[in-house]
Design a protein around this ligand. Sequence first.
Ligand code: TRP
Ligand code: SF4
Length: 329
Amino acid sequence: MERVLSGVQPSGSLHLGNLVGALENYVKLQDQYQTFYMIADWHAYTSRFDDPGSIEPAVMEVAASFLAAGLDPQRSVLFAQSQVKEHAELHLLFSMITPLSWVERVPTYKEKLQNSEADLGSYGFLGYPVLQAADILIYKAHKVPVGEDQLFHLELTREIARRFHFLYGVELFPEPQAVLTHAARVPGLDGRKMSKTYDNGIYLRDTPAVILQKCTRQMASDSARIRRSDPGNPDICNTYAFHKLFSAAATCELVNVECRSAGIGCFDCKKKVAEAIIARIEPLREKIEANLAQPDTLKDVLRDGSNRARVVAQETMTEVRAAMKLSTF
Ligand code: TRP
Ligand code: SF4
């Protein structure tokens, strides 16, 4: 079976965009691939080295959410990066063969360096994509489900693999391909992409009351519809975009018609969308809270995952060390 590896940074709570964009895809891939899902806690230190206490709780929250969404810890290997130290060794060895110009030209690098609130002027942050290449290649992954923003990192991963093959004369690594997580880009409450940085998200741990409030008070709609008696246009309405993602077909149809004739008001329409979102994520929220209430069980799952990941990582490292002629004494 071909292998899939993906990683997510433990940035705390996951939102609807993560669920529809990535998580549901991860769950489906379990049927066809040997799946490795890694929580990239070392990567988190590139921007949060000054807040170390936040990282383990965030790892736990991601793990709790993944399991709640249907990730099966028997079929998938769910683990935290920092628990498989072999990634660090491969990162170090890759750093020897990666030209500085390759990492300096990563498009997101300079942009993030300048625009982020965190101090990203470290050696480690420059090496971020090299560590990511190690994460992927150490499992000889064929497929890597990621968003568009990660495509360049994947290209760099393939370049590092090719350079390794060229320098040491062994074809160790398959060239990993991106599996683009469906353009199911969930809009944020304000219509921009849902993102933690924009503070426009609906989170998997939001209670029904919070979701209702966010939808009725913050969700954007057709701004040309000012009075209740004005007809609206669902085609350009952000609330309608949510209906299409979360409401039943009959509700969408009803809103589509009633909005244009001013038969339904925006407040009621938003209430309906809140109901649909709540119905979708309330069972998940309950499972997440239940998982978080059992930290020892979660830690067992992560420990078991890292033990299984390490077996594969160690096999690869044996081959890498031989190819690079590391000392054998
Ligand atoms: N850089 C990825 C992100 O921010 C996270 C990540 C780390 C990753 N290692 C990975 C993704 C390996 C895919 C494969 O989303
Ligand atoms: Fe948008 Fe619904 Fe208002 Fe129509 S009724 S403009 S679809 S929020």
